[in-house]
Design a protein around this ligand. Structure first.
Ligand code: PLP
Length: 403
């Protein structure tokens, strides 16, 4: 991996913030975009723009071709068996809302249970809580250790005859823990329970193949994998998507409409009501091709090296504690320095050009599990460097001295 060439692909990385070179360590929230992705958006609006699927004219067909080719790019990227299993959504959040709503409506009776874990992002908690009041389901929560690892032995105890689905994050956006999803899926499938994987923090860091994993659903957001905002992916095994009722109604998702009876379109369009974001889908496909060319294996290795370096350097700072010390970790480090509020740390680092995230990271139950209000989080991407880590570590040292 030639890091200088990679950095040159991301124009924003050469800008200054508060008169200092930008050090962008807020990649867990959103990644920066390579030039090819922004160029693709421009190309789509300047030369291809037309509404997809229902036009006979040249541009509409060209836009449709681009949009559907992007679906196949996503299919290949995650190793899905068919492009029909790829539903475009607005992001991870909408994808989980889609599944929770349609799945509970079709398969759950009051008292049925959905299992999530204690390290979930709010978007894999709240949609299920909404279903608690709509469908009468009950949420069960898989506990985690002080290191931030799932207590796997508890899973078999939590599973009951009422368990209808397990919905779990692949990688924690706070702790960086890479969960043993292969094992979880194996245990669940022994009892014929489907599994939804929240891959919002994983597809950009490690290779993911849905057929090898054998997961039933998998969701991720484009903006966290170098693609545009407002776009996301729901993968679902065809056998499940076929059975699920539509999530939203409108144009595009129908086969025929009359006031007496409406029938729905085939997969995946049944779940894509309204004009789809065909610019977003093509720009996402461009982002996926961009990182595939670099190679996710190489990205994983590079980021792991960065994680190890950053962890070692941060731990040289007195009174600094890292939250999330799982054996199998991705490039996210949450920490607190005793005596310095996470918010102050974030604001002061910002004056040095270093962008980190502070607060509960949309994981309030997880904060409560650790008895804290929030952390400082540095999350790395393929364009970050050890020199940038040094700037972060030196910055923290200066801040600690101030307090
Ligand atoms: N799940 C995880 C693990 C996340 O980290 C995030 C965002 O930070 C989400 C879900 C929600 O993603 P989005 O806001 O793009 O829908």
């Amino acid at each position: 991996m030639n890091i200088n060439n990679i950095r040159a692909n991301f124009p924003i990385l050469s800008r200054q913030v508060h008169g200092k070179p930008l050090v962008y360590f807020d990649n867990g929230a959103t990644t920066q975009k390579p030039k090819c992705v922004v160029d693709k958006i421009q190309e789509m609006y300047y030369s291809v723009n037309a509404n997809v699927h229902r036009g006979v004219h040249f541009l509409s067909q060209a836009a449709t071709d681009e949009h559907e080719a992007s679906r196949r790019t996503v299919q290949e990227f995650i190793g899905a068996a068919s492009a029909n299993e790829i539903v475009f959504t607005r992001g991870t959040t909408e994808a989980i809302n889609l599944i929770s709503s349609s799945f509970c409506r079709e398969f759950c009776k009051p008292g049925d249970e959905i299992i999530i874990s204690a390290m979930e992002h709010h978007s894999n908690i709240v949609p299920w809580q909404l279903q608690e009041s709509i469908s009468g389901i009950k949420l069960r929560v898989l506990p985690i250790t002080d290191e931030g690892e799932i207590v796997l032995e508890e899973l078999e105890k939590l599973i009951s005859s009422r368990t209808k689905l397990i919905s779990i994050t692949h990688i924690s956006n706070v702790l960086g823990t890479i969960n043993p999803i292969e094992k979880i899926i194996e245990i669940a499938h022994q009892q014929n329970i489907p599994v939804l994987i929240d891959a919002a923090q994983s597809v950009q860091h490690v290779p993911v193949n849905v057929q090898q994993l054998d997961c039933d659903f998998l969701v991720f957001s484009s903006h966290k994998i170098y693609g545009p905002t407002g776009m996301g992916v729901l993968y679902g095994k065809e056998k499940w998507l076929e059975k699920l009722p539509p999530y939203q109604g409108g144009g595009e998702m129908i086969s025929s409409v009359s006031f007496e009876k409406t029938t729905f379109a085939d997969l995946p369009f049944k779940f894509e009501a309204g004009t789809p974001d065909y610019v977003g889908s093509t720009a996402l496909a461009t982002a996926l091709r961009y990182i595939s060319e670099i190679g996710l294996d190489k990205i994983a290795e590079y980021e792991h090296d960065l994680l190890t370096y950053a962890t070692d350097q941060l731990l040289t700072i007195d009174k600094l504690k890292i939250y999330g010390t799982a054996k199998n970790k991705s490039s996210v480090i949450s920490f607190l320095v005793n005596g310095v509020h996470h918010y102050d740390m974030g604001v002061l680092l910002d004056t040095m050009g270093v962008a980190v995230r502070t607060g509960h990271h949309c994981a309030e139950p997880l904060m409560r599990r650790f008895g804290i209000e929030g952390t400082v989080r540095a999350s790395f991407a393929l364009y970050n460097t050890k020199e940038e880590v040094d700037i972060l570590v030196n910055g923290i040292r200066r801040i600690v001295k101030m307090f």
